[in-house]
Design a protein around this ligand. Structure first.
Ligand code: SF4
Length: 265
């Protein structure tokens, strides 16, 4: 079985517990205006033209983003860091893009990791039918689930899809008592509003089993250069990155409601 990925990040510390190797899958059904990996959205490898200015001269380059890899080839890569993963309580995180778009490849990769006692996490939007999510839930050790916005209209406006399926899948995962960390991107004036935070807390408190933790992800404008290089529209071109301190109040609200909270991934 082959899949299409666009990167393997080693020694990652923000994609789950311990030291991790993160595999970035190609393809995403969402179109978040703040996406940090816009080159991941197309499910196929794409040739990206980049330009840079040096001493008044423009240099252009073309780079392929995405490549095919088999589960066996991927596993050889993953094993290179297994000793660090084991010693730090880490593992492999399958991220993207949206890994559930390549669910068969994902399932095989998860099974391969399980066979070798390598712990796994799936970083997902959960925007997929339950028949796709459930088999993955039976193989992965942890889900990192994005909760982008509680209001269906706002969710549709800023990500291109409704949140109905996502919320339903979070409830179903919780009913199965699958370990879930919720990741909330804090996007200025979109998700860090009083109303959205209150609704997130109410929704999470009503789940059948408590989530492991809530990660508040401060908005960063670090993808600004990438948008420029790849000639993409950047909705947040003038928005400064958020400071951790700006999220202390929100962290307190979640903590008061009984959640373990981390600022950052
Ligand atoms: S879900 Fe993630 S990868 Fe997909 S568009 Fe949104 S931010 Fe980008």
């Amino acid at each position: 079985m082959k899949g299409i990925i666009f990167d393997i990040k080693r020694f990652a510390v923000h994609d789950g517990p311990g030291i991790r190797t993160t595999v970035f899958f190609k393809g995403c059904p969402l179109r978040c205006l703040w996406c940090h990996n816009p080159e991941s959205i197309d499910p196929n490898p794409v040739c990206v033209r980049t330009t840079a200015l040096l001493n008044g001269h423009e240099f252009t380059d073309e780079k392929m983003v995405g490549y095919e890899i088999s589960v066996d080839e991927l596993f050889i890569e993953l094993q290179k860091e297994q000793v660090f993963m084991d010693e730090s309580g880490g593992g492999v995180t399958f991220s993207g893009g949206e890994p559930l778009l390549q669910n068969r490849f994902l399932e095989e990769a998860l099974q391969q990791c399980k066979n070798h006692e390598m712990r796994t996490a799936v970083d997902t939007t959960l925007f997929a039918p339950w028949k796709v999510v459930e088999p993955v839930a039976r193989l992965a050790d942890l889900f990192l689930v994005d909760l982008k916005h509680m209001n269906a209209r706002v969710h549709q406006e800023f990500t291109g899809v409704s949140n109905r399926l996502i919320l339903e899948n979070i409830r179903k995962l919780s009913a199965l008592n699958v370990p879930v960390r919720i990741r909330i991107p804090m996007i200025p004036e979109i998700s860090n509003t009083t109303e959205n935070i209150a609704q997130c807390i109410d929704f999470l408190k009503a789940l059948p089993h408590p989530v492991e933790a809530v990660d508040l992800l401060p908005f960063h404008n670090t993808a600004k250069e990438k948008y420029k290089r790849f000639h993409l529209d950047n909705h947040f071109v003038d928005s400064p990155s958020m400071q951790k301190e700006e999220l202390f109040d929100i962290r307190n609200q979640f903590e008061k409601a009984g959640f373990e909270v981390k600022i950052g991934g």
